[in-house]
Design a protein around this ligand. Structure first.
Ligand code: SAH
Ligand code: SF4
Length: 374
């Protein structure tokens, strides 16, 4: 296999095989990588434009019922205090995001399934919609829930949901989770979310111990088969208090960053009109990692607007950036850093995925709620 042939297949709009995608993910030569990123960027520009969509990320609680073997806030990690923002603090964050013009917010936390939590989110959503006159798009990232809960939150005003499958290889999934975590249940949640009417996002961790390039290539095809609208994925970064860290004593940051960027490019080739996020895990590995992600095909950034007071306690992985910076400083730097790579931020729009609207128009499953977006 050679790069010219694979690029020619892309130009001819042929569907790429697992072998071809894995070949692209394995490109080591800087010039070859440059050609891959250039192609992905061209496809991005054609389908979603050279514009960046923002979502203000509020990590409102690190309390979690689950015990994922890779995660720093897993239930059995007693090394940090547990917190939950109160309603007022979350509403303040929503107002700040609205004023900053980000257009959209993500509420993320550890997983909880008790009724107190479920109804709290429900009433928060109503209040956020009310407070912002419906101008702020709201995405949830609150893990696996019952169909009834997803429905309640949707009816209360959330219209996008992020639930990473983490890996589409069930054997690898079992290796990185305790025995009571179930791949099929997680995958089923993605179907339920779509059927409920959400715009659905998923993703994987890139560069997990034991993960092959073929696994990642299959992940890209999994996203397509699941017909998802958004992708949020990033490099796996070991956390010293999480059991999986033992498997990567010689963690290779540079290699991990490079693989993360190639995966963004490959997913852009496969899901051409999806929203793809350049996540903070990229930035943790390189101060301009997210901007490099934009050049590799991503079109969404999720600046962290969690109060610095709590950020050090929300360490899914180590070296999370911006722990002591306030939100306003983040916003200004963001505008500049995006301009520096020749892109423009679209402020004050929900920035829904074009793929979602194409899905709706083609009569596939999905609600019309998001067509109200701005
Ligand atoms: N509890 C929810 C949302 C918060 S966790 C959920 O699990 O869906 C959000 C994401 O953080 C997870 O999906 C996982 O992909 C990512 N994550 C956790 N630990 C990580 C690590 N060590 N390196 C990189 N990403 C990690
Ligand atoms: Fe909890 Fe999510 Fe971390 Fe798993 S990845 S332990 S569900 S916060």
């Amino acid at each position: 296999m050679n790069l010219d042939d694979v690029l020619a297949a892309i130009n001819a709009s042929s569907e790429l095989s697992v072998g071809e995608l894995a070949f692209l993910l394995g490109l080591n030569d800087p010039e070859d990588q440059r050609r891959l990123f250039e192609k992905a960027y061209e496809i991005k520009k054609r389908n979603v434009g050279a514009v960046v969509r923002l979502r203000g990320l509020v990590e409102f609680s690190n309390i979690c019922e689950k015990n994922c073997l890779y995660c720093g806030i897993r239930r059995d990690n007693h090394g940090h205090r547990r917190y939950m923002l109160d309603e007022e603090e979350i509403l303040e964050a929503a107002e700040w995001i609205l004023e900053a013009g980000y257009g959209s917010m993500v509420l993320q936390s550890g997983e909880r399934s008790d009724e107190t939590f479920i109804s709290l989110i429900e009433s928060l959503l109503v209040k956020i919609k009310d407070l912002t006159s419906g101008k702020l798009g709201v995405t949830l990232s609150l893990g696996e829930q019952t169909p009834e809960t997803y429905e309640r939150w949707f009816n209360a005003g959330a219209h996008r949901y992020l639930l990473r499958i983490e890996t589409s290889n069930p054997t690898l999934y079992r290796r990185i989770h305790p025995a009571d975590h179930d791949f099929d249940r997680r995958r089923h949640c993605l179907d339920v979310l779509r059927d409920t009417g959400y715009q659905v996002g998923t993703g994987v961790m890139i560069g997990l111990p034991g993960q092959t390039l073929e696994d990642l290539a299959a992940d890209a095809l999994f996203f397509k088969n699941q017909d998802v609208d958004m992708i949020g994925m990033g490099p796996y970064i070991p956390h010293r208090d999480a059991p999986l860290a033992k498997e990567t004593p010689d963690f290779d940051e540079r290699g991990q960053l490079g693989l993360g960027l190639k995966m963004i490019a490959v997913v852009r080739l496969v899901l051409q009109d999806a929203n793809i996020a350049a996540t903070t895990a990229l930035q943790a590995l390189d101060p301009v990692g997210r901007e490099r992600g934009l050049k590799a095909g991503a079109n969404v950034m999720m600046p962290n607007v969690t109060s610095p007071k709590y950020r050090d306690a929300y360490q899914l992985y180590e070296n999370k950036p911006n722990l002591d910076e306030n939100a306003a400083a983040c916003r200004d730097r963001l505008r500049e850093s995006v301009a520096a790579v020749g892109e423009t931020i679209r402020f004050e729009e929900w920035g829904d995925s074009p793929r979602f609207f194409r899905r709706l128009n083609s009569g596939r499953k999905g609600s019309t709620r998001a067509t109200r977006s701005r």
